[in-house]
Design a protein around this ligand. Structure first.
Ligand SMILES: [Zn+2]
Length: 278
């Protein structure tokens, strides 16, 4: 025997019936599905219909969440990328800076050499020795010029790295702020829906465990192929509630009888009609 609440006609996709739909869902969440009698097509259809209600509610939650999880993931990836870039920039900058200090030391050494040669020049015995030392001094002088040039180049590198670092840090701060906002939005939606979703998923599994696999497979196949995830639909205003094609009167009678499973001739969805029970 169908219970009283099941006699209500619920249009799954009808916004105007939202309260009734919610009341029905709450009823489903509170009750446990029973294995139907082997010969009762009607009970089997009812189980499928209830499963559809539950699965559609889960679909609604996922639509509600929309693209937010993807947006959060993209931001998280971007932040990791920027942090990697910044640490690479810092490494490059440190390498350039240590190169600069090394070259400064080289300059000091070269200057010390020059001083030493200049001292030696004061004590030379002949012109040849003096000239030889003069060449060494000239060489060290050229070396110093070259080192200074390299230092200027590395200074430019350090400056560029600093600009790149500032730029990356600015972007990183922006992304972090975006992420906080997106995460809050997502957490709010998940909080609002999690309890319900967990309950619905558990209930969906309960229903799937009492529905025979042949029916369940057909249901799953239909749901996968249907744009709106509807595999079981009600007859609405003499038409299929899934594709809205008219259903011939005799076929409607057969559907209402609930003695066998009747698919829509156009879209293949399983048709139900509980109005006989009212
Ligand atoms: Zn149809």
């Amino acid at each position: 025997m169908a219970k009283k609440v099941e006699k209500k006609i619920i249009f799954i996709n009808d916004e105007n019936q939202k309260d009734e739909k919610n009341a029905y869902l709450l009823h489903l969440l509170k009750t446990k599905p029973q294995v139907p009698p082997v010969d009762s097509v009607e009970r089997k259809l009812h189980l499928l219909y209830d499963l559809q209600m539950i699965d559609s509610a889960i679909d609604d939650i996922n639509i509600l969440r929309g693209e937010l999880p993807n947006e959060v993931k993209t931001l998280e990836d971007e932040i990791i990328g920027l942090e990697t870039r910044i640490s690479k920039i810092i490494d490059d900058s440190k390498t350039a800076e240590s190169d600069i200090s090394k070259k400064k030391m080289d300059i000091e050494n070269a200057n010390a050499q020059i001083k030493k040669y200049e001292e030696q020049q004061k004590n030379v015995r002949n012109n040849r020795e003096f000239e030889s030392l003069a060449k060494e001094i000239e060489f060290q002088g050229l070396e110093i010029e070259l080192l200074k040039k390299r230092i200027r180049e590395q200074d430019l590198v350090v400056k560029e790295k600093k600009l790149a670092e500032d730029d990356a840090r600015e972007k990183l701060e922006d992304r972090k702020k975006d992420l906080i906002v997106k995460r809050q939005e997502l957490e709010k939606i998940i909080d609002d829906t999690r309890i319900t979703e967990d309950n619905l998923k558990g209930k969906s599994a309960e229903y799937q465990s009492v529905i025979e696999s042949r029916l369940l497979n057909a249901y799953r196949r239909l749901r996968k192929n249907a744009r709106n995830g509807l595999a079981v639909v009600e007859v609405k205003r003499d038409a299929c509630g899934g594709c809205f094609n008219k259903i011939p009167p005799q076929r409607q009678v057969d559907i209402r009888m609930g003695k066998r499973l009747i698919p829509c001739e156009y879209c293949g969805r399983i048709l139900v009609d509980w109005s006989r029970e009212q």
